[in-house]
Design a protein around this ligand. Sequence first.
Ligand code: C2E
Ligand code: MG
Ligand code: MG
Length: 507
Amino acid sequence: MVSRYPQKNTQSHHHCSQRLDGKDQEELEALLKYVSRIIQHGEALDYHNHVLKNKLSSTSQTIESLKKQLANQQKKMSVLSLLDPLTNILNNQAFKNAVAKRVAEAKRHNEYLSLLTIAIPHYKEINVAYGQRVGNQLLKQFTERIHSRIRQEDEIGRISENEFCVLLVNTHSAYDAGTIAEKILTSVRMPFSTGKYRIQIGANIGIAVFPIAAQRIDKLFRCSSGALEQAKKSGENQFKFYSESINKKYAERMETLQALRHAKKEEHFYLVYQPQFDLIHHRLVGLEALIRWQDPVYGIRYPETFISLAEDSGLITYIDDWVLKEACKQYALWRSSGYLSNKEKISVNISPQQLTQNHFIQSISNILEANKLQPENLELELTETSLLEQDELSLHIMTKLNHLGIDIAIDDFGTGYSSLKRLQQFPISTLKIDRCFIKDIDCEAHHKIILNSILQLGADLDLKIVAEGVENIEQLLFLKEKGCGFAQGFYFSKPLNQQEVEELLRK
Ligand code: C2E
Ligand code: MG
Ligand code: MG
């Protein structure tokens, strides 16, 4: 405290304390006033300082929050500039960027992409007749309907007032896009309701498939809108592929599909059976059921012309189920009438989709039980290529089948190039060597090598090996020499109908 006093005259001050006259008293009071003013000032300053500090920190907080708000706003702005404000889907530029990215990926992975351009016919007239507000509502609902027909990973964008584009990714074949286009057309054909109006609009769709129609993005867009023009020409609610040959093939497929649905309803299917032989003991060891379609117009149709279509359309579930039932029923009949003993097996081809159907195992158990068969009497054939796409679920089901006692054969083996390691994962009992390796045993040296190594592999893994498509004695002799145990083919027997099987078994 003392040190804060002005120390001008210490001497006199000291001296003054001893003798305080009126003047000194005055001086002292003035001094005290002065000091207390300074103290007050100091306190006021401290207070000011404190207030200022508080203000500063709240200002810097405000600045921080403003900064955050600005960033949020900027984010929103950039999203807004990607999206079409009315429909909330990608705008023209953003959609083109997305396509560029997807095309680059598809090139790397050798995949198909389908670019659909979708137009609403007479949109301008509708806008004039009902007003912009109704027109806008229509566009929103139209977009929602398209959206509900495509998958999450597909892209959708609005490229002009009444035109939309969809990019389908992961399509297995060019035809998939046709199926989706049909679904979209069906969904937008239903009337739209906006307020008091119910309005029917429909659409046209043009499809260009990458890389078939074009490899370059700008050309892909041109092809898609070119196809759209063709679709418009053929009438309302039509779609067209860019390529005329795909249009033709697609139309044929659709015709076949319709006929197939009809065949299902009318039960136009029947089974033939191809015998399988043990090459060492020279006896029949099994019969493979093969489906045939008796078409009233075309005559007999073979599985190669309709199985993949049935798979794509989901009809395969019905077919495989029917074949399984029919084959087991017939097999049981041959057993009960003494044609077959308990030693021969019945083999049935199963599509990959069928394997993972709900209740597949239960339905097999039911069929076996209904026909009083043992699981050991049945063998299921799965193609090697379908195994390559196997997921956990199929592996799980195969393991369950195996535990039940049902044998699993790998069909068309050698065409899928499965590795030994992969093969060991599956609970299989039989490899059926694809007939292409048997076919040119004599002229294709490397086929001989492959055959040899498949037979070696089978022996190492303790698998039954069946050669498919044996047509002549030379092939048979070669296979026997190399230690192949079983064979099937025209040399022994073509696929036979019921009476023919019975004739063969009587011998
Ligand atoms: P796969 O299971 O490999 O059947 C063998 C095919 O080769 C049969 O044709 C048979 O007729 C034919 N074949 C047999 N021996 C010879 C021969 O010595 N030479 C030649 N050139 N061919 C021979 P198919 O009946 O036309 O069946 C073709 C494919 O269709 C089958 O191949 C199978 O993958 C599938 N498939 C047949 N029936 C069914 C079925 O019921 N369900 C399912 N999902 N697929 C089936
Ligand atoms: Mg087969
Ligand atoms: Mg085969």
